[in-house]
Design a protein around this ligand. Sequence first.
Ligand code: SIN
Ligand code: FE2
Length: 206
Amino acid sequence: MTSITLAPGLTYYPDYLDRPAQERLLQSLREITREAPLFTPRMPRTGKPFSVRMTNCGPLGWVSDVEGYRYQPVHPETRRPWPAMPDQVLRSWEELSAYPHPPDACLINFYEPTARMGLHQDKDEEEFAAPVVSLSLGDTALFRYGGLERKDPTKSIRLRSGDAIVFGGPARLIYHGIDRLIEGSSDLLPQGGRLNLTLRKVGKPL
Ligand code: SIN
Ligand code: FE2
């Protein structure tokens, strides 16, 4: 397993999932989105829709609507519990997180070719001792990351299908986002686009 330290606490694993593993994960995600369809999150207060659609698996899922950002145990539209996290996802967390408890949330983001995600911090969790583990499938994305302040200088790297990135320790609260996709860069998703999974530990361990 190749790993590249991009900054203290920020580690990049190119080609973490080989093609068969990417296909297995994609198949699991298809089953998850049948149970828990992709929804369009909205910005707190303004209600402006995100360009990314989302769903979740695991005990808790991240949602956003006019009322704010939060984790909740049910899908915002079906009101059903989120589907279980696939074993493959749990194994990736065990291998990459260096954290002794399982994740309790896995956010699944789907990017159409024109979707993006503005610079933000992942800070809706209570347990910042656990890292965020991110897995990418499909088209390559330009991932931008900076420091702990929005105004800090940023760099960008390309996240390709099968790549993993982990931000923990001093990088747990870095600003990050997706500038754009590189359309047609992967043939994993028949219609193009990109799927990203972010695994988190939301609550403090008991
Ligand atoms: C996120 O920050 O939630 C997603 C990042 C990504 O799509 O790689
Ligand atoms: Fe994020």
